[in-house]
Write a protein that binds this ligand. Structure first.
Ligand code: HEM
Length: 419
């Protein structure tokens, strides 16, 4: 297949106006071809992989690299400045690395995220959730983003990493600025400023922790927190460079809460909109688990920021993609591909096929997936144990975070009835 003729209007998926409901555009694109060349508002040409089979294969294709330096020509031709310093920091970052660096970097932290290690966190995650819900116990309603979906993952990841919880509101501002594409206007802080503030803060924190033996150890158990694990890997084992310590913290902190906050908000909203029987979910943990996976498939927080660069000419689904191209793997579009999932746009809480791509696939498969799932399960089951009914207090159109590649909510006001 030659390059498909894709009407320019589909580049709307990169604009805020097009993001409230990008799914009809994804469906049209899937219908036309597996891959399309689209142009972002900043001029970067992006090859968008929209069908399931091609997206899954692209996620493990060694010709599609992560390393930022490969994307340099494409980004520079669109006028996007990629400084040496930014490339170096990007390269130090697990998500932007290829083997052998990726293997070494993931090796330092992977033991902390195995399903068994995460299962040991269960009592503490439950305690944090209970404390948060106790905080709203006397209220007839609450904003569940502010009171649960945001603080839960932040508190958990801060404890796991050993980062002071008191700084959590600052992280949110910086992380959201750093994650917002540069072409979005009317923003409270530029992308570069958010990114720099977060890096500066983490660099100081590493120094402070290194010289302060009295900083609290993790509350989870008697293991050292991840901040100390990373410092030991650098100072005593020589496994990491200094900038890799900061880059890993940066990634874990941002990935650890932003995606999970969006996932929790999206899932609660979906259950309320679909009027899924809360009694059924309460009584059947297997159904609750399946409903969470179905929400990840239908409303995954990561829409298409899974970016790669072609390190040689290749064809994807028969479409020729030249060396140097930036490739965006459309997880959210793939997850609604009806050639893979029957009745793909509908929410079936008991769907048994859970092979969605919401956490990616292959070598870079989300390290934090077991933790996100644990938090989802505990947050939902705890809410359901406390309240007989939960109703949305506003119209759903008012809730979405206007973001072009992450899907989430800014607010989720609900009204409760307890027994
Ligand atoms: C990677 C999604 C929660 C840490 C990824 C990727 C996706 C993803 C799609 C792969 C990106 C790619 O291939 O380009 C999600 C979703 C989450 C979530 C939907 C919540 C529902 C978390 C949490 C953590 C985390 C809680 C950490 C505590 C990471 C890390 C990577 C990653 C470190 C990079 C892995 C690597 O490159 O080897 N995540 N994530 N994520 N995620 Fe998550």
């Amino acid at each position: 297949m030659n390059e498909p003729r894709t009407p320019a209007r589909y580049s709307e998926i990169f604009r805020l106006d097009g993001v409230a409901d990008p799914f009809p555009a994804y469906a049209d694109l899937r219908q036309r071809a597996p891959v399309h060349r689209l142009v972002q508002p900043d001029g970067v040409e992006t090859w968008f992989v929209c069908r399931y089979e091609e997206a899954r294969a692209a996620l493990t294709d060694p010709r599609l690299a992560h390393h930022l330096s490969h994307a340099r020509t494409a980004l520079e031709s669109a006028g996007i400045e990629l400084t040496e310093e930014r490339i170096e920091f990007g390269a130090a970052h697990l998500l932007h690395s290829d083997p052998p660096d990726h293997t070494r970097l993931r090796g330092v932290v992977k033991r902390a995220f195995t399903p068994a290690a995460i299962e040991r966190l269960r009592p503490r995650v439950q305690q944090i959730t209970d404390d948060l819900l106790d905080g709203i116990a006397d209220r007839a309603g609450a904003d569940l983003v502010e009171t649960l979906a945001h603080p839960l993952p932040v508190l958990v990841i801060c404890e796991l990493l050993g980062v002071p919880v008191a700084d959590r509101d600052r992280f949110r501002v910086w992380a959201e600025a750093a994650l917002t594409p540069s072409y979005v206007e009317n923003r409270p802080m530029t992308r570069a400023a958010g990114d720099a503030a977060l890096r500066e803060y983490l660099t100081e924190l590493v120094e402070r922790t290194r010289h302060d033996a009295t900083v609290d150890d993790a509350a989870f158990d008697d293991r050292p927190d991840l901040l100390r694990t990373l410092i030991t890997a650098r100072d005593e084992q020589g496994l990491l460079a200094e900038r890799e310590v900061v880059a890993m913290l940066y990634l874990l902190l941002v990935a650890g809460f932003e995606s999970t906050t969006n996932f929790l908000g999206n899932t609660i909203l979906r259950l309320l909109l679909e009027r899924v029987s809360l009694d059924r979910l309460r009584d059947d943990p297997a159904l609750l688990h399946a409903a969470v996976e179905e929400s990840l498939r239908l409303d995954g927080p990561v829409q298409r920021s899974t970016l790669r660069t072609a390190v040689q000419d290749l064809t994807i689904g028969g479409v020729a993609v030249p060396e140097g191209s930036v490739v965006s793997i459309g997880l959210a579009s793939a997850n609604r591909d009806r050639t893979r999932f029957a009745d793909a746009d509908a929410f079936h809480p008991d769907r048994s096929d859970q092979a969605h791509l919401a956490f990616g696939h292959g070598r870079h498969f989300c390290l934090g997936a077991p933790l996100a799932r644990l938090e989802g399960e505990i947050a939902l089951s705890s809410l359901l144990r406390r309240y007989t009914t939960i109703r949305l207090a506003v119209r759903p159109e008012e809730l979405r975070w206007r973001h072009t590649f992450l899907r989430g909510l800014t607010t989720l006001p609900v009204v409760f009835t307890a027994d």
